[in-house]
Write a protein that binds this ligand. Sequence first.
Ligand code: BGC
Length: 769
Amino acid sequence: MSWKVEEQSFDREKIAMNGNKFMIGNGAIGYRGTLEEFTKDQLTASTLAGLYDKVGEQWREPINAPNGVYTRLTCDGQPLSVLDTEFDRHAQALDIAQASFHRNTVFRTSGGNRIEISSERFVSMEQLNLIAMKYEFSVAQACEIVLDTGIDGDVWDINGPHLENKSVWSEDGIVGLTATTHELRVEVTVAESVTWIGGLSRPEESRQPGSAIRQFKLRCEPGVTYGFVKYVLICYGETEGQSSSATALSIAKAALQLTYETHLQEHLVHWARKWEASDVLIEGDDEAQFALRYSLYQLHIIAPTQSERVSIPARGLSGQVYKGAVFWDTEMFMLPFFLYTQPEVARNLVMYRVHTLDGARRKAAEYGYRGAFYAWESQDTGDDACTLFNITDVFTNRPMRTYFRDKQVHISADAAFGIWQYYAFTGDESVLLEGGAEVILECARFFYSYAYYKHDKQRFEVLDVTGPDEYHERVNNNAFTNALVNKTLDIALQTLALLEERHPAFREALIAKLDYGQDAGNLRHMLLQLYMPQPDPVTSVIEQFDGYGQLEDVELKQLKSRMLNKNEYLGGGSGIATTTRILKQADVVLMLHLFKQQYSQKVKRANWEYYEPRTEHGSSLSACIYALVASDIGNPDWAYRYFLRTATIDLTGDSKQYVGTLYIGGTHPAANGGAWMAAILGFAGIDAGEGVIRLQPALPDQWKSIQFGIVYQGERYRIAVSKSEIVVSADGGNKTAQSFQSGSESVSLAPGASHSWIYDSAKRGALHA
Ligand code: BGC
């Protein structure tokens, strides 16, 4: 079974898409899958996690560092590039087992010469500021070659330029480019140390302003391999009192002490561990197997392994799209993968919300609320990067007022839920004691302050919100939002109870610090009286929000036929979906997944069937949720269609590229996380919580089996599910027994023990065809 994404030709139309598809990264740097000769016009990018910049009134976005991979050959005066040079062969590949990019091109020059280029690169998982690359070429006939390689300072920016005062330097054979960010005046350095191959010696420094390019002019002979090994270091800010240039210089020198192969081996040790912890084996379906692995690869290359100051942006590290901002996508769509496979990464992700709590407090205060109202689009400080006019109308080219920032209040519940899930899953209380409890209490307080008590109805209601379905803004009692508010209140009370029992002094200090004396009582009162939209007694459908059922019930196809422009925004004030029941993405159905134990199969089925034909899937967050609930209600066929859609999104590039006039291309980490959820929580039917791991598989027809490992409460298990049997084995190194349940049979698995259940995969209901 292949672990490679390959492309055997070059297609100009696919440049942007392949930049995403062939991306490499390590959670600190994302390097797009572009070719060495490419420049900003082909969207080259080395996106830095956590370093943002704002120029004027434009959107704040992450820094794209100068491109240290840049390399170009000229043969007898003819520049060689797949963009405009004939070639006999071009192939590029991404090895997802090793997280390395490979390229092989044989150019045919106008003079009839053939120049073969082979290159490879990886963003080191061992040394997080290092990109290592190897670049080799040979010629068929003797010729004059000019080789330019170095650091291209002219980068692709959406709202830049972000880097100022560029200075190029060189010391002890190491070349660097140092610049300062516009807003925060952070020093950024890209430096390179190079070992030349094939007798290349003494390059000339280039005179290209703002870039640090070295140039060789040499007479090349057939039969000789020329080229170089290069280490590109990207550093910013101060490290242990040293400037970025000093740090980059010393690491660049140190990098030269090891061979490329040694750097690669070190990198691979990390990757082997990642795959050991997370790989999923699917027997009987190569397409699903590859797509799922690829989705996991995408998550691994953007996961913060060593920092709790950054989380995963909605477009990963594939560029500046969506302002490099972190949305609810992380908690709701990616966190489960990390929780079940690498809880240490999950910890970083939830701690990010602790470090951005002050930003959330500022936002709540800005709107006149108490507690923490998290940023809809969160960057380094937790202040909201989302603007009030976040979409531009395709018809008028005017910014449109959107209510993502002010009304998508469920974000605070998502943040609290993520922290609690982490705690519940791992038993690691440290997250609560190091700020997690404070976040949860502040989020609950925010909802108390946001909600309304309706005296006539004698209940709390959550009014004027935007739920996951962004096409319907400012609605009342969105079922999903109310359910999450309810959960947040419950979590806050559980947190207080836990602290009282286990850390009374800490609790007392926290209550005093937050002046929370009155709040616990308020939360209890609200929890008892919060209105929760219920299934209709006849149809079992839960209304997405008050009055949803009165909207026009148009078919999706018909709605689309009303569109005047393929990129027009369907929601908001004048969007054509606003007055209809068409929803952008899973909303009620997401709630049914999150709280699956609280709803009957009948209710889940009725709502899936009702909302599915009315969902546009205008967000890449939608398909996986329909897959999950389809599995839950016993329809693996539908689940499979939605699973494939989610798992292949970054392989096919099949997703919206524009909303209004806004470019939204890039990778889709939420869908990648959704693919894992659909496979493990959906098809394999795993549901771990409250001390029990439940198994309720529903494998698609073509799958013979699925096998994977999980971690729960720090203990490891292997699970294999076939069409008729579930086998769970507890790792020999586990310390305690764990209970598992499938159907009516529960077992407690001691360390090293295994158990198998026989089940009948055919005993499943069917959904509408
Ligand atoms: C979706 C949001 C999502 C955002 C970032 C939007 O299109 O509606 O739910 O958080 O994209 O992925």
